[in-house]
Design a protein around this ligand. Structure first.
Ligand code: NFA
Length: 101
């Protein structure tokens, strides 16, 4: 009888995790014109007029609205740029980021 040794092949476990996603949230205020908020949403988040208006109006009536979800870097960059667009006009418009559950 031939002496056959079978070596177990151990496949290394590849743990690939999805990057944590961050919400960009639009906060309502009493001063920023609705039309300006809609324009910023269109420019920074590539929304149509209807999408931007819906997000603006939800924040206006409910206090805030989730605009979109991105990786951390992109969420922070977009929130900063959109907030800065308001600040440049003297508006208190605020976009914040928050990690998803
Ligand atoms: N509440 C603002 C107004 O009545 C509009 C607004 C909506 C501001 C959403 C900020 C966010 N002019």
């Amino acid at each position: 009888m031939p002496d056959i040794t079978v070596k177990p092949v151990i496949k290394p476990e590849l743990k690939v995790e999805r990057p944590r996603l961050y919400k960009v949230i639009l906060i309502n205020d009493d001063y920023t014109p609705r039309e300006f908020v809609t324009r910023v949403l269109k420019a920074e988040f590539r929304m149509t007029e209807d999408q931007a208006h819906a997000v603006m109006y939800t924040a206006h009536t409910r206090g805030l609205c989730v605009v979109a979800v991105f990786t951390k870097d992109i969420a922070e960059t977009k929130a900063t740029r959109a907030t800065d667009a308001g600040r440049a006009k003297g508006y208190p418009l605020q976009f914040i980021t928050e990690p998803e559950e």
